[in-house]
Write a protein that binds this ligand. Structure first.
Ligand code: 13P
Length: 250
């Protein structure tokens, strides 16, 4: 049985005081959940330290939304894996569709970031997903296959609990249009088969694969009742303490 993994991606939301307030509320509300589930909060870079201080000792984990693969140097505006570890980050989202869409992030860049994270013993949440057009053209599997194979190319998975994949169909992100539990399960099953080809079945069976895209308190059960779905990557609904707590407690 894989341990459920629920992460809140706060995207570019919340000032430091707002982020701390939300983290404090969640610490109280999720007190009884941390034993059973991995719960990860991914605030902006500016709020990492303060949120990390707030949740320290609570069992809730700190996550980041991006990193750059070089350890240090003249890379204005970038943050290295070691810097994230330094402030207590345990998982980093990599290759989110918004980064692919607005910042030109490629599968090759995702691959470098995943490997750099691993070199610092930082867990990753690698995002994959097809656009609406790709789905309509019947290309979902082809797109997902390329993203997974190229994103994880040459990776040595020694700790499968540090590798998390998030299936986030782009058309379901922030639109209120979620995939059905069954459709998401089918794609996630497909992803697990790719992982089996790449890393063998015992690793593939241990990796958590999440669904993301308009996850809400009202639909979380539909996803979590599917055999291949191990958790959720939550955007909008993670910005409110009670809705995120309801999702975690599904
Ligand atoms: P929403 O939950 O707002 O659709 O966002 C999903 C997402 O992109 C999480 O990374």
């Amino acid at each position: 049985m894989r341990r459920p993994f629920i992460a809140g991606n706060w995207k570019m939301h919340k000032t430091v005081p707002e982020a701390v307030r939300l983290a404090k509320q969640l610490k109280v509300m999720l007190h009884d959940e941390v034993e059973k589930k991995d719960i990860v909060l991914c605030p902006t870079f500016t709020a990492l330290q303060a949120v990390g201080d707030t949740i320290r000792g609570s069992g809730i984990k700190l996550g980041a939304q991006n990193l750059f693969w070089e350890p240090e140097g003249a890379f204005t505006g970038e943050i290295s894996p070691g810097m994230l570890v330094d402030v207590g980050v345990e998982y980093c989202i990599i290759g989110h569709s918004e980064r692919r869409q607005y910042f030109g992030e490629t599968d090759a860049a995702v691959n470098k970031k995943v490997k750099a994270a691993k070199a610092h013993d930082l867990g990753v949440i690698v995002c994959v997903g097809e656009t609406k057009q790709q789905r309509e053209d019947g290309k979902t599997e082809e797109v997902i296959h390329t993203q997974v194979v190229q994103g994880l190319d040459g990776l040595d998975v020694e700790s499968p609990d540090r590798l998390v994949i998030a299936y986030e169909p782009v058309w379901a992100i922030g639109t209120g249009l979620n995939a059905t539990g069954e459709d998401a399960n089918a794609v996630i099953d497909f992803i697990r088969n790719i992982l089996t080809d790449l890393f063998g079945s015992s690793t593939a069976e241990a990796v958590r694969i999440l669904y993301g895209g308009s996850v809400k308190p009202e639909n979380i059960k539909e996803f979590m009742s599917q055999p291949q779905i191990d958790g959720a990557l939550v955007g909008g609904a993670s910005l409110d303490a009670s809705s995120f707590a309801q999702i975690v407690k599904y």
